[in-house]
Design a protein around this ligand. Structure first.
Ligand code: GLY
Length: 330
């Protein structure tokens, strides 16, 4: 025992003597570089998955007036949650196979605080309930009836989420009850948003009604911190859209932020994130995934499995719908 203890202590001492100062100086250098990059960064800036230009317009309004990135991403994605014509997010979202609209959302701030709601019914703005979970409870996630109950306690109103259009389409679907994802055809157009405010702080939000006609109780990647969304204020943020099951398997957004930490650009990191997913799916390509990412400098990138995915960017350089290259070319 004593010998083992001695060896353990001596190797720890060696590690301390020979490696700690080296790592410490590398870390210090990296921190200094990041601090300079932050000062020179493009900001404010907001980006979101797909061409949800009304959402980025709202986020920009908040940022330009000096608002925090957390408020910008919340208010930005709320625009889509309220849009009854968007059948993949919030009110008007497609229901599950039993005809119930269930919503997933999460939010993450500059201090790595986060909150999420999963499979929640009857509440129009799940992103705001997620924020309340983050700010008002000791928890990160609330699911189902518990999330809904918490929302009422916080003053949210009961809302019918199933529009006539979505109800009619569900009725048609029930005739065959065939489950298939249709690439880029509004079956999985989650909105994920990332923003940097005038202070250089990053926040992110992600919200969805999930896959149309999913099994009751199904939860995808969107409310899972690390999968559908991840933010590290020192490095950057990433968020995902598409078939959530595939994003969860690789903890996609966390992976992309870690790749940026290792020195990859947002574009390179998104490309590697999609490659990892495709390596696990050698026999299939019948699904779409899109990632977007932003780093501390305000550089952005995006990548997807199939052509067709775009992302919106709003900064002092303008308001642009950005074409994204894809892993598969047709
Ligand atoms: N990415 C949304 C979902 O799979 O639910």
């Amino acid at each position: 025992m004593q010998r083992r203890k001695f060896l353990k202590n001596s190797s720890a001492a060696s590690a301390g003597i020979f490696t700690t100062p080296l790592f410490a100086s590398c870390n210090e250098e990296a921190k200094k570089t990041r601090a300079i990059e932050t000062l020179q960064a493009i900001r404010p800036i907001a980006i979101c998955t797909w061409d949800f230009h009304n959402a980025t317009t709202k986020a920009w309004e908040v940022l330009e007036n000096g608002g925090a990135s957390l408020d910008a991403v919340e208010q930005g994605v709320m625009v889509e949650e309220a849009d009854v014509n968007n059948q993949t997010v919030g009110v008007g979202g497609r229901p599950d196979r039993d005809g119930n609209v269930t919503l997933d959302a999460c939010i993450m701030d500059k201090d790595s605080n986060c909150g999420a709601v999963l499979c929640m019914q009857n509440i129009a703005h799940p992103i705001s309930v997620a924020r309340k979970v983050m700010e008002e409870t000791p928890h990160v996630m609330l699911a189902g009836k518990g999330a809904e109950q918490f929302a009422y306690e916080q003053g949210f109103k009961k809302t019918n989420l199933l529009t006539e259009q979505s109800r009619l389409e569900w009725g048609e679907w029930k005739k065959t009850s065939k489950y298939e994802t249709v690439i880029n055809i509004e079956n999985h157009d989650t909105i994920g948003m990332l923003a940097i405010d005038k202070n250089g702080d990053i926040a992110g939000a992600c919200t969805t009604s999930g896959m149309g006609y999913k099994y009751a109780g199904r939860v995808g990647d969107s409310p899972i911190i690390g999968a559908g969304l991840f933010v590290d204020n020192e490095i950057g943020g990433a968020t995902a859209t598409g078939v959530g099951e595939e994003v969860v398997r690789t903890v996609g957004s966390f992976l992309i932020v870690e790749l940026m930490r290792q020195g990859k650009s947002p574009q390179e990191a998104c490309e590697e994130g999609v490659r990892r997913i495709m390596e696990k799916n050698k026999d299939r390509d019948d699904f779409q995934i899109g990632f977007i990412a932003i780093n501390k400098k305000g550089e952005t990138g995006g990548y997807c499995v199939h052509p067709g995915f775009t992302y919106r960017e709003y900064s002092t350089k303008g308001h642009e719908n950005k074409e994204v290259t894809s892993y598969l070319k047709s």
